[in-house]
Ligand binder design. Structure first.
Ligand code: PEP
Ligand code: MG
Length: 560
């Protein structure tokens, strides 16, 4: 047996045969066509129409957000200006394959240059081009394989369009060679409860058909497992399935200490599922998703409708809404300067809002109106509002003052920058609560871009430097008797959740599908256990040893 190391997402374990994601086609040759232009044009028209119909059909099958993505891709395929560009290349004597490749590439460059949301659509255009070229060649399109049986999907990383249609009955587990715990694949795995190990650099050695065990709890992929190891993995998977079907109870430690378990949501549509999975409220409502698809800020009325829907889904419950966090990994053309060299260190989060204060004021107006309207209907929630990317005490004072101008009763800040964690005692003198965003806090503490695969190994919230900063915030919360929540992906790691509580977190917010594992893990430990295990992790030199120390302190098995 060999062990390949990566970053595990959640505590799952699965086993099965590998199926690798096919690599994209290399660029077609630009040798002149041997067919006449009319025949090449007919081939392209047939291929494009075939791809568009296939995307529409797959969209209709998938429904929901995936349908929108796939229908948009079908429209891209049949865009008349692309058709003109392709025809022009064929008229110059090029093959249909090359004409498609080159025309799509020039559109791609235009989109990329626009940046922001449109720039991110460039990958969707590439996907369409690959599908058209595959049809022209009469071969299957690169992408998620279909070996005809359930499989462990091994890929470099997954594009949103790949993930939209993953058949969860067939995909037993995901292994990626790139990406970290906050990559798109990791977020998807958490959302859909797929067993996953990401950033497993050595997984490039895996071959189609070989059986592996994917142990997310250990962050390991085990190759050539023995019958005994397969058997143990199977039993662990069965134990987890039992935990998932355990009764949904409010979050609490073994000694009864309440640790409310809240949901991270980007859209009010996810509220019903979150409630069904036992979310006791919302710990992070990411409002950027309302803004991402438009070229200007949504109106107050549009925002208000969305916030009303959210608040009405959690009557009497805590709902923490984060004002717009634009910039870096979530750029918005109307708020951010696409030319910043280091957008993660630029005018992002609260800094960007302050520079366009009208947008912040409109958002606060919409929130206040939604709060009043839902209360008037007897459906009101307990609305808390917080600001992202706060890095100074002065920014905290600015945000809490402006939020209170709009009648916000509970105004807080996210702690995502080391300066805020170190000054948490001063920050909590102004803010009513702190919510630690461990994704960005890890990125800034370790100086490792959260989107960059090559530094994914640094992006680990188990790092003792991050844990020490969390401890500062926890201590400040206790001193001021103010709540300290965690809303980064770290809260969804059942073992790390215990450590975070030991460091002073008073609530945990996560993707709703992670709630069952975290609930079960908290119930196995008292507050004294959590503090002991936190001390063990804090004393480590690095993330891997902190995880191992915590595991040893709680006697969690290291491997299958
Ligand atoms: C975080 O940074 O941990 C966080 C919760 O915010 P986001 O992931 O949206 O940046
Ligand atoms: Mg953040």
């Amino acid at each position: 047996m060999t062990q390949l190391r990566g970053v595990g997402i959640g505590l799952g374990i699965a086993q099965g045969p590998v199926a690798r994601m096919a690599e994209p086609f290399p660029a077609p040759s630009d040798a002149p066509s041997t067919l006449d232009a009319g025949s090449e044009t007919t081939r392209v028209r047939d291929a494009v129409a075939g791809v568009a119909r296939e995307l529409e059909q797959r969209g209709a099958q998938a429904g929901g957000a995936a349908q929108d993505v796939l229908e948009a891709q079908a429209m891209m395929a049949e865009d008349p200006s692309l058709e003109t560009e392709i025809d022009a290349r064929i008229a110059q004597g090029h093959t249909a394959e090359w004409a498609v490749h080159d025309a799509f590439a020039s559109f791609r460059d235009t989109l990329t240059a626009m940046g922001g949301y449109l720039g991110e659509r460039a990958a969707d255009l590439d996907d369409v081009a690959q599908r058209v070229i595959a049809r022209l060649r009469g071969v299957p399109a690169p992408g998620v394989p279909d070996p005809g049986h359930p499989f462990v999907l091994v890929a470099k990383d997954l594009a949103p369009a790949d993930t939209a249609l993953l058949d969860l009955d067939k995909v037993l587990a995901l292994v990626t060679t790139e990406g970290g715990p906050t990559s798109h694949t990791a977020i998807l795995a958490r959302e859909k409860s797929i067993v996953a190990v990401v950033g497993a650099v050595d997984a490039t050695s895996l071959v189609d058909g070989e059986t592996v065990i994917v142990d997310a709890a250990g962050g390991l992929v085990l190759t050539e497992p023995t019958a005994d190891e397969l058997d143990r993995a199977h039993r662990r998977a069965a134990d987890r399935a039992a935990a998932a079907s355990a009764p949904v109870t409010p979050g609490a430690l073994k000694d009864g200490t309440a640790i409310p378990l809240l949901a991270n949501l980007g859209n009010a549509d996810g509220a019903a599922d979150a409630v069904a999975l036992g979310a006791e409220g919302v710990g992070l409502f990411r409002t950027e998703f309302l803004f991402l698809s438009s070229s200007s800020a949504p109106t107050i009325a549009q925002q208000r409708a969305s916030y009303e829907k959210l608040l009405a889904a959690f009557p009497g419950k805590k709902v923490v809404v984060r004002v717009l966090d634009a910039g870096a990994d979530k750029p918005l053309p109307f708020l951010n300067d696409a030319h910043e060299e280091n957008p993660a260190l630029g005018l992002r989060g609260l800094r960007a809002l302050r520079a366009s204060e009208d947008i912040l004021r409109e958002q606060l107006t919409a929130l206040a109106e939604a709060d009043a309207a839902t209360r008037a209907n007897g459906q009101g929630a307990d609305l808390w509002v917080m600001a992202p990317m706060v890095s100074t005490v002065e920014e905290t004072a600015y945000f809490t003052a402006i939020a209170r101008e709009y009648g916000v009763k509970t105004a807080g800040v996210m702690v995502e920058v080391p300066s805020s964690a170190l000054l948490a005692d001063r920050i909590l003198a102004h803010a009513d609560f702190a919510s630690i965003g461990t994704n960005d806090l890890t990125q800034y503490t370790l100086a490792a871009d959260r989107l960059l695969g090559s530094v994914a190994s640094f992006q680990d919230p188990w790092h003792p430097a991050v844990l020490r900063l969390v401890r500062e915030v926890g201590a400040a919360g206790r001193a001021h008797d103010k709540p300290v929540g965690i809303c980064g992906e770290a809260a969804a790691d059942p073992l790390l959740a215990v450590v975070l509580v030991g460091l002073g977190a008073t609530s945990l917010s996560m993707a709703p599908t992670a709630l069952a594992d975290v609930r079960a893990s908290l119930l196995e430990n008292t507050l004294a256990d959590a503090q002991r295990v936190a001390e063990a992790a804090l004393a480590a030199d690095d993330a891997a040893s902190a995880r191992a120390a915590a595991r040893a302190a709680l006697s969690v098995p290291a491997t299958a």
